[in-house]
Structure formats: C-alpha cells, structure tokens
Design a binder for this molecule. Structure first.
Ligand SMILES: Cc1cc2nc3c(=O)[nH]c(=O)nc-3n(C[C@H](O)[C@H](O)[C@H](O)COP(=O)(O)OP(=O)(O)OC[C@H]3O[C@@H](n4cnc5c(N)ncnc54)[C@H](O)[C@@H]3O)c2cc1C
Length: 353
C-alpha cells in the first residue's frame, strides 16, 4: 500500500520511519520544531536488533562505517574493584550526531521541515492517511490522541552526559551509593561519558554549574573516573531528569500511531531507547508498505512492537533503580560480584526478539 504520512518529530524515530516510508514509495512530511538535528551529543550503543533495523532501512553499513564496535563491559565499585565483567553481543557505538546525519541524508529537503512545530490543532492531520507521533517523551500526539495515558513517571534520577578528548578502549560503569558513572568510546579520538545521580544527592549543589556538580559528586572515585573528570570542559555538559512511560494499551488509534520515546520512553540504563525507536521505525514502515489497509498495518505494528518494547521499559527501570540504589548498595555489590547477575540479565533482555 502507498499513501501519505505526517511525521511529528524529526529525531531518530521520526527520521528513521521517514526513510523507511520513502523507500517503500510513500509520500512523507516530517515536521520538527527545532531548527536542525538535536545537538545533545554523546554516543549511542546500537545493539544487534537495532543494527538489523538499520540494515532493513538500507542504512546499516553507513552507520557501521562511523561506529566503534565493542563486545565487553565491566562494572566496578567506586574504589575501582571490578565487580563483574561480561562479554555481550557486539554493540556499535556511534555518535548521536553521526547517526542523525545518516538518517537525515536521504530525506529530500522539501519533505523535512525544520523549525516547524506541530500545534495541537494540526494533530488531526487532515489530508494525511497516517499521523506518526515521533515527538518524544512529552509527546503532543500522545496527549491529544491518547488522553487517558498518564504523564511520564520521574525515575528519581538525573543524568549528566558529555564527551572529553582522547580515545577510550573499554566500556565501563562504576556504581556507588545513589550514583553511577560510565565511559565508552565515542569515536577514535573522543570518549563518551555519562552519570546518573539520585535526585536527593543534588541538594546543596544548586549553585554549581553542571560540570562542577559532576566533578564534586565523583571527586573521590577511582582514577579511571578521575581521568575523565580532569578533562571535563566547563561547558557542554547535558543534564536532564529521567522519566519513563507507563505501559500503553495500544500504540495506535485510528490513523494515529506512536513510535520511539513517544510510545515507550525508558530509563537509559540499558542503552536501548534509540535502538527500540529504530526497531519501531522499521516495523512500522514494513507494515504500512506491506499491508493492504492503514488499519491492518497499524494493528500489525502494535502487535509486533508493543510487548517487546514494554519489556525493555520494565528492565531499564529495574536496572536504573538497582544501579543507583542507596539503601542496599552493599548487598547489591556483593550479589553482583558473586554472579555478574545484572550483566547477564542485561544480555538476556538485549538478545530477546
Ligand atoms: C542520558 C541518556 C543516554 C542514552 N543512551 C542511549 C544509548 O546508549 N542507546 C540508545 O539506544 N538509547 C539511548 N538513550 C535514549 C535515546 O536518546 C532516546 O530513546 C531516543 O533519542 C528517542 O528518539 P525519539 O526520536 O523517539 O525521540 P526524541 O529524540 O526525543 O525526538 C523527538 C523529536 O520530536 C521533536 N518534537 C517534539 N514535539 C514536537 C512538535 N510538537 N512538533 C514538531 N516536533 C516536535 C523534538 O524536538 C525532537 O527532535 C539515552 C537517553 C538518555 C537521556
């Protein structure tokens, strides 16, 4: 089937579905409120199912060319003692900007309108066969079409992230009481870092800038963390409160459909939000081009994607809570040292279709 689609939001999900629909012969209009691709920086780990979705969209090799491949990670204590190591299926670490460049590249300029927010009155999408809500955590489309869905739930943690010069060979996370710090390769010359901190630990740091807050919170951690902190610039650190979305009873209603964070925003602790957005985009484009009616296509997309993405939301929430635990941090560390349990759980979630 062919038709025309309004895609609300030009992030990873919106651009990817636009690529898939254009490839399938659909007419597409993407409207993005920002003036260009978001510049939040950082590396995204693309797990095998996401790479398969990119291959399906004809973009896998372009992303591989820009990516660093890693198949191992470790979790350490704040003093540097390694609690667990795991070899997982290889993930391709790619900078968010490189991924967005690949996605933007094949969307004709007249099909992608930057600096054009969709207003609530436009959500009905008169003249379009399908309206895709790819507008992220605080989705306008979700609010308008699925008014019964509760607001995103605060996870009680705040994320900081950025990059520093210099290569990084390994993927590591360090877990302390109420906070974690991670570092991965960004590309051949830069290191990606991220931190998550329980909100209450930030009290008393309100007057500090983001970089100074991170330096203060992790000042006495092991030298691997210290090395990154020494290189931290005063500006360019992204800070945001973390939320996830309660499960929806459907991702589609009438001609409206939700993908990416609009459908299943999740804690970043499994590094899966963008991966799931790409899988949504490939599944939706396949359904819309392969099924005879929009109704059947959206029903098929919902059937294929809602349960698997919901599982990842639940697992991500669990890992967010455990990794930044305060009261049971010592018990957690012992359990992790003994079994590498959480890494294995992470791997199981990653492997499930
Ligand atoms: C700290 C952190 C680390 C992460 N690490 C990883 C990782 O390693 N791997 C991974 O897979 N995922 C990761 N994620 C998750 C990932 O960033 C998101 O899941 C992904 O960006 C979701 O893409 P999206 O297109 O659905 O939403 P978004 O990226 O939020 O894009 C939505 C777009 O819609 C636009 N928009 C909103 N409203 C309107 C409107 N009314 N009109 C027009 N445009 C609108 C917005 O401007 C935005 O550009 C991480 C997230 C965080 C916070």
């Amino acid at each position: 089937m062919n038709g025309n689609a309004l895609v609300v939001g030009g992030g990873i999900a919106g651009l990817a579905v636009a690529r898939g629909l254009l490839r399938g012969g659909w007419d597409v209009q993407v409207r993005e409120r920002s003036d260009g691709p978001p510049d939040t920086g950082g590396a995204l780990g693309m797990w095998p199912p996401a790479m398969a979705a990119l291959d399906h969209l004809g973009l896998g090799d372009q992303v591989r060319a820009d990516a660093e491949e890693r198949s191992g990670m470790s979790v350490a204590r704040a003093d540097g003692t390694v609690m667990a190591r795991a070899t997982v299926e290889p993930a391709h670490l790619v900078s968010r900007s490189a991924l967005l460049d690949v996605l933007v590249d094949g969307v004709p300029a007249d099909r992608l309108r930057w600096g054009e927010p969709v207003a609530r009155a436009d959500v009905q999408g008169h003249g379009f066969d399908v309206v895709v809500g790819a507008d992220g955590l605080h989705s306008l489309v979700r609010g308008a079409v699925f008014p019964e869905v509760p607001e995103p739930r605060p996870l009680g943690t705040v994320a900081f992230r950025g990059s520093v010069p210099g290569p990084m060979e390994t993927v590591t996370e360090t877990w302390g009481s109420g906070k974690l710090f991670g570092a991965t390769p960004l590309d051949a010359e830069r290191t990606n870092w991220f931190a998550a901190v329980r909100t209450e630990l930030l009290h008393g740091h309100e007057d500090l800038g983001h970089a100074a807050t991170v330096r203060t919170l992790f000042a006495d951690w092991h030298p691997g963390v210290g090395h990154v902190l020494d290189l931290l610039p005063d500006h360019g650190v992204d800070r945001r409160r973390l939320y996830d979305l309660p499960p929806l009873s459907s991702y589609a209603r009438g001609k409206h459909v939700l993908i990416g964070d609009a459908a299943h925003a999740m804690a970043p602790n499994l590094g899966r939000g963008a991966c799931e957005a790409l899988r949504d985009a490939a599944a939706l484009a396949t359904a819309l081009t392969g099924q005879p009616t929009v109704e059947r296509a959206l029903a098929r997309y919902d059937r294929v994607r809602r349960r698997p993405s919901g599982r990842v939301v639940r697992a991500s929430r669990l890992v967010n809570g455990v990794a930044t635990a305060r009261r049971y941090a010592r018990v957690r560390d012992s359990a992790l040292s003994a079994a590498g349990a959480l890494l294995k759980a992470r791997e199981r979630v990653v492997r499930r279709p």
